[in-house]
Design a protein around this ligand. Sequence first.
Ligand SMILES: C[S@@+](CC[C@H](N)C(=O)[O-])C[C@H]1O[C@@H](n2cnc3c(N)ncnc32)[C@H](O)[C@@H]1O
Length: 428
Amino acid sequence: MSNVRALAAETLYNVVDKGASLNQELPFASQGLSPKDKALLQQICYGVLRYLPSLENYCQQLLDQPLKGKRRIFQFLLYVGIYQLQHMRVPPHAAISETVNALQQMRALGLKGLINAILRSFQREQAELEEKAKQIPVCKFNHPGWFIKQVTAAYPDNWQEILEANQLQAPMWLRVNQAQYSTQEYSEMLKANDIEHTLNADFPDGIKLAKPCDVYALPEFDTGACSVQDAAAQLAARFLDPQNDDVILDACAAPGGKTCHILELADADVLALDSDSERLERVKQNLVRIGLAADLQCADASQPHIWWDEQQFDRILLDVPCSATGVIRRHPDIKWLRRASDIEDLANLQGDILNSIWPLLKPGGTLVYATCSVLPQENQQQVAKFLANNQSAEHIPLHENDTPTLPGLQLLPGESDGFYYAKLVKKH
Ligand SMILES: C[S@@+](CC[C@H](N)C(=O)[O-])C[C@H]1O[C@@H](n2cnc3c(N)ncnc32)[C@H](O)[C@@H]1O
């Protein structure tokens, strides 16, 4: 298959109906495509996932009945067509003809008339269709109802801003390897290569590119001078504050962005643990590129009695599995893969990991708890509960309003991704 629209329909069907992740599906669907077609496929898939409820609603208004069963994949082809008409700069006649042409590759030429007619009706009736869809909050904000409800409850003053930020394309941030260059020095190297960027004092190791670029166009990327990592994620190692000779546990380490950052900041002895062996392989690749070393172990952080050698750690980073609701702009499939019921399960898993790992910290040692979630259940509520039940845990404020009852720093999507951090020290 090489028709981009047909590939997009199939990819979206696999993600939305079969629960596959876009990160896994896209590389597979892109095999053998030219760089231009790869970029187009990615743009269409991201776009449809960003606007899925409104696209569904337009089709509901235009079709007598939704395409079901064996014809279900063509419902996604309609979303692909309408998305191009509504949001892309493809000339409308090309958007329609390319979408209809996809039917040849999908061996469904019999649907030519229907797909053509629906796309043309959308073109004619766009303004009324949009107006009607906007009356429904899920379609207006293009997020699942359960998530809109939870964000509204948690952020009564700025929930709309959060939902809007999730719909935007995320900037590309670099983390400068401080063991090789200062942020300022690397900024000069980018200037010399005409790569436009800005610095931000809140993220001392970070550089925001004006537009995304191929990593191999970045000076000395292959020898680890910089890595691609969102600005918010760069705060983990800074809050952990690793020192030379520290023994450090990175308990949920894969793919290793934060492990590498810790080792760039200090000559420490790091154990990088993750329960997913394939993802752990990526930690190895990242360490090799940058020329760093850590001990890697595939194990369950909530079961330390199986793998722990009884030597306590000076510092522990717990970047726990979470809903990833802070990184929706980078992974719009999260909106459709997560269910409301996942949050409770994730919060229980995070609580288990935190409670199981705490005894592994030395007295006087530091633990940083992190998620890329914006939901209080995984963040402030989780840490407040832990503090209330653990007299040995002292809470270290990360900003002036960081208190034991409302602990931690919650970053919302905008300049950086949405992230949460809390810092705890074990009392002597
Ligand atoms: C948010 S990601 C970590 C990202 C990583 N710290 C980085 O900066 O590249 C969470 C990781 O936790 C791992 N994980 C999930 N459950 C786990 C468990 N019970 N024990 C250890 N790792 C677990 C997942 O495989 C995933 O790689």
